[in-house]
Write a new protein. Structure first.
Length: 224
C-alpha cells in the first residue's frame, strides 16, 4: 500500500506516537493479506487500538494477535476485525447489529465506515466502559444495549448486517430472524473447532459460506 498523507497519518491533525505503528499494522497485517475495501482500510488507520486495550498491553497494541482483557475476553486480532468488517460490505447509513461490544474496538471500526451501529454486550462492566470511551471519542452513530446478544436486539430489527464477536456452539435462530432480506451475518461458530461463517439471507433461503478457521471466546448468554 502506498503511503499518502491525510488527517489519519503522521502529517495530519490526528497524529499520535502510535500512528506509524498503525500504518505498519495496516500495510503488513491487513492489506498484505488481501483486504482491499477502502472504507475498512481507512477505519483501521484511524481507530487508535491502543485506547481499547488494557494499559499493560499498550505497547503491544498493534501486534498481529488478539489481546487479553478482563472478564476472560479479548480485543480481536486486527486482521480478523478488518476481515469481518469487509465481509459486511460496510457503507454509510447501513444498519449493523454487533453482538459483543467487548472493548469497543470493533464497534469503533464499524462506526468509522459510516454504518449505524447497534451494539449489545452482556457483561455490564465492559458495556459501560466501552460506551464511555466511544462517547468520549465523539461517535454519534452507535447505540448501546446491555443484554443478551444471543437474542439480538429485536425492537430495532431488521438489520442489513450483523457481526458476532464471540462464538456460540450453534447458529442463534433469533439473529437469523432479525436479518433483513439481502443482509449478511458474520459469525464464528463452534466449540473446540470454530469456523468463521458468512450467512446471506436470500429470497431462496440462507446461503452459508465458510470463511476461515478462528478462535474466539465462547459466547455468554442466558438460558431464559
Amino acid at each position: 500500500m502506498d503511503r499518502f498523507y491525510s488527517p489519519h497519518t503522521p502529517a495530519g491533525k490526528d497524529y499520535d506516537k502510535y500512528a506509524d505503528k498503525r500504518w505498519e499494522m495496516v500495510e503488513n497485517q491487513i492489506v498484505a493479506r488481501g483486504i482491499s475495501n477502502t472504507r475498512v482500510i481507512d477505519a483501521m488507520l484511524k481507530v487508535k487500538r491502543h485506547l481499547f486495550v488494557p494499559e499493560k498491553y499498550i505497547d503491544a497494541s498493534y501486534g498481529d494477535n488478539p489481546i487479553p482483557m478482563e472478564k476472560g475476553q479479548t480485543v480481536s486480532q486486527p486482521y480478523i476485525v478488518a476481515l469481518m468488517t469487509e465481509l459486511l460490505d460496510p457503507m454509510p447509513g447501513k444498519k449493523i447489529l454487533e453482538v459483543g461490544t467487548g472493548s469497543g474496538y470493533q464497534t469503533a471500526v464499524l462506526a468509522e465506515t459510516g454504518c449505524n451501529v447497534y451494539t449489545v454486550e452482556i457483561i455490564e462492566d465492559l458495556a459501560i466502559r466501552a460506551h464511555t470511551l466511544l462517547d468520549k471519542l465523539g461517535y454519534t452513530n452507535i447505540r448501546f444495549k446491555i443484554g443478551d446478544g444471543y437474542k439480538g436486539w429485536e425492537e430495532n430489527a431488521p438489520y442489513e448486517g450483523m457481526i458476532v464477536t464471540a462464538a456460540p456452539s450453534d447458529m442463534p435462530d433469533q439473529l437469523v430472524e432479525q436479518l433483513s432480506l439481502g443482509g449478511r451475518l458474520i459469525i464464528p461458530v463452534g466449540e473446540a473447532n470454530q469456523e468463521l461463517q458468512l450467512i446471506e439471507k436470500t429470497s431462496e433461503g440462507l446461503k452459508k459460506k465458510r470463511v476461515t478457521s478462528v478462535r474466539f471466546v465462547p459466547m455468554t448468554h442466558s438460558s431464559n
